[in-house]
Design a protein around this ligand. Sequence first.
Ligand SMILES: *Cc1c(COP(=O)(O)O)cnc(C)c1O
Length: 366
Amino acid sequence: MEKVPFMDLEAQFKSLERQLRAAIEETLQSRAFIKGPAVERFNKNFLKLHGGRFGTGCSNGTSAITVALRALGVGAGDEVLVPNHTFFGTLEPVVEVGAKPVLIEIDPEYHQIDLQDAARRLTPKTKAIIPVHLYGLPEPMDEIMAFARTHSLKVIEDCAQAHLAKWKGQPVGTFGDIATFSFYPGKNLGAYGDAGFILTQDEKLFDFVNRYIDHGRRDKYLHEFFGGNFRMDGMQGAILDAKLAKMTEWTKRRRELAKAYDERLKDFSKLKPRAEAEAVYHLYVVEVANRDQVMAHFKAAGIGCGVHYPVTMNCQPAMAQFGYMAGQFAVSEKFCSRILSLPFFPEMTLEQMNFTVTEFLKVAKS
Ligand SMILES: *Cc1c(COP(=O)(O)O)cnc(C)c1O
């Protein structure tokens, strides 16, 4: 067994075992396997904790973006701006709805959306932009909203890694037209299967979303339009609601651990939230010049790690059909070749961190 796992879902389960078993038992008793009272309770409680007016659980974080694009009327003939440095699930839905993803470069300091680059890639077909609060580090939402307003773009915030994060005191996901979340098991709030959330401040959009995710229906057998099945399972709702009780504590702990890493890794470039951001640190990412060597050393020492993400969107084989290829995005491609995600989870002990840092410093070059 690894001395320091990359993340520890077993420790998390043990810290909430009684409540999680009760949640599963509740689902078995109620037999509300799809949507139902536990999902409704979770919807209310997640909105209350994160902030925002209207929201609903759904099937996962990728389909949440598909639904958001549909709700905003994005489809064939439209172009959507997406950061080149993100998880593939951010841009896949753009293609799913028949639109064209247009990649934008990241800035070299914060590794977030470069709005000057975005401006250069605008065309009369550009319909929307998807800022991603990657790693739980909020994007500068007032600048992005000003850019979107100037160019009449819809905004979908991908909050898959940013539950409870804030920009200038306001919850992420409440700036744009619609926001999406993922509860993939390893996310800051994780289900025991696939699950996601769609958030909006607009009641009309919410009404569309609610029907779209459930076969476009208002009544059981009355379908007003063609939607699909993007609902949340009752079991996931019950499990997520039980986990919500710990979210504030887990988020606080993530911030403390990130600070502790920062202090120990002074000579390296690391994740850096902007001054106005309240980050929630989904991952702890550091830049190294000799990543393969560090990863091999970690493996031998029994330390888990990962790379999020090793291949930029322009280098993905699936993106070749849109004319993208390696060598087109200098900043993000260089960044991707240097990043390493260190072990990071709320239950991590300082002993585990100290061991990780000691082994890291033995081989890592900045
Ligand atoms: C996890 C993730 C998604 C996709 O969420 P799923 O629930 O796995 O479908 C989308 N975007 C980002 C940035 C993610 O981290």
